[in-house]
Design a protein around this ligand. Sequence first.
Ligand code: NAD
Length: 494
Amino acid sequence: MSSTPARSGRKPVFVLVGGTGDLAVRMLWPSLAMLDQDGFLDDRLRVISVARQKLSHAEAIKMVSDAIQARIGKDLQPATLDRFLKRVSHVSLDASNDQWGPGLKAALGDLDDIEVTYFLSVSPTLFKPICEHLASSGLNAEPNRVIIEKPIGRDLATSKEINDAVAHAFDETRTFRIDHYLGKETVQNLIALRFGNIIFEPLWNAQAIDHVQITVAETVGVGERLGYYDEYGALRDMLQNHLLQLVCLTAMEPPSGLSSDALRNEKVKVLKSLKPIDASNVQHNTARGQYGPGFAEGKAVAGYEAEKGSPSNTETYVAIKAEIANWRWAGTPFYLRTGKCLPSRATEIMIQFRDVPHSIFGGEARPNRLIIRLQPDEDIKLTIMNKSPGLTAEGMHLQALDLSLSLVSAFDGGNDGKPARRRIAYERLILDALNGNNAQFVRRDEVEAAWEWVDGIIEGWQRTGMKPQQYQAGTFGPMSAYTLLDRDGRSWND
Ligand code: NAD
């Protein structure tokens, strides 16, 4: 397999800060190895793991090798693992210590000869000290760049603090904020679907679309993330980032091209057009829930407060009626929901078209639906009305049929006849970052516009004293989420 050389001509280095952590082990090491297998990594690329843990070289290599084999062992060719592990080294450094910068500098070698991509896979509280270490040791100069992960703050003020700290070391063009949903194949495909086909655009507006539903449903509870989660809740943890990114891609105007600014300019306009939700309308436009005792994934669940061991006002479920105040979408609500301990795992965007203006089928014609599924399977389905086959004495009857673009079957039978592997979303994002392409990363003004809208909701909840309503674990969420749509004469696509 050929390799892809870095564009600057310098030798590329990928520094994985937090290389021993959960995200690195489950996602990042396997993604890097697969990029290597597919010939996307420059032959000269070195990967340096940085973490607090003191590991010998042999221990670090074993940790990386185990991580890769556990996740993608069956797709891995033996030669890949050997080749990839030769790229890897580990340095043990504590970010609370001033030796962090000099220690990493020694591991990097001649700075004029290399191009470094830093992935900060550590708690956001470490972003500031780490960026300060990078700057004070001169490790942040162009063309070096940085990748950071959510959560970027827990409100507008704290997200600005993080963004300012990172901006102190890296300008915006060299800052890559990950929302891993943007690396998913179907999310990319949404752009292809909308802007690579003429048939959707004339219908992609309030005249033809009744409403949009975006659902991210999880079957799991909070588990070991409880300490973190209790400070955040579903609105900050999922909706502020993943769901709002999906809203942007669904609602944005056609960009002038695929360049990072062309795409992101359009996305930020959507976020800025979201109608504010505050104390005056929060009870009408949002539903908050928290899972109580019940069953999820076939096991008994004690309930969120029982798991925590004390009372909590944190929502594990949120539903919102969002409205986009612009010409395209005025009058077409976007209903968003996400929650934990729900009956099935699913991420989907449902575009519900309007009724035909005049039905000649006595009410049998149902409105078309376009369903874009991201999880568990990636699939795009258009429900259309069709004549029920066969003869009937009383005339024609209709049935709804799905035109399906199943990506699972679209990927079947590659050149070698084997089903293609579904990529980890981080593979695409790491590859883009190595190539300096930040179109699929979130720009600072997007993060901040999203927080501004979300802050209004949180303040509205606080001012009105709106507490989460309990729902039984293993059910579809609180009653108030159903009332939210009932009131508008609509229902969730469960
Ligand atoms: P983790 O706690 O499992 O790992 C943290 C890493 O940071 C470890 O390698 C540890 O050695 C290192 N570290 C901690 N304190 C340090 C210090 N003082 N000096 C140097 N290194 C130190 O965390 P994680 O779950 O891998 O998450 C990493 C980042 O990714 C966080 O920002 C998290 O919010 C985000 N994230 C994680 C997930 C996930 O699935 N784990 C999902 C989305 C976002």
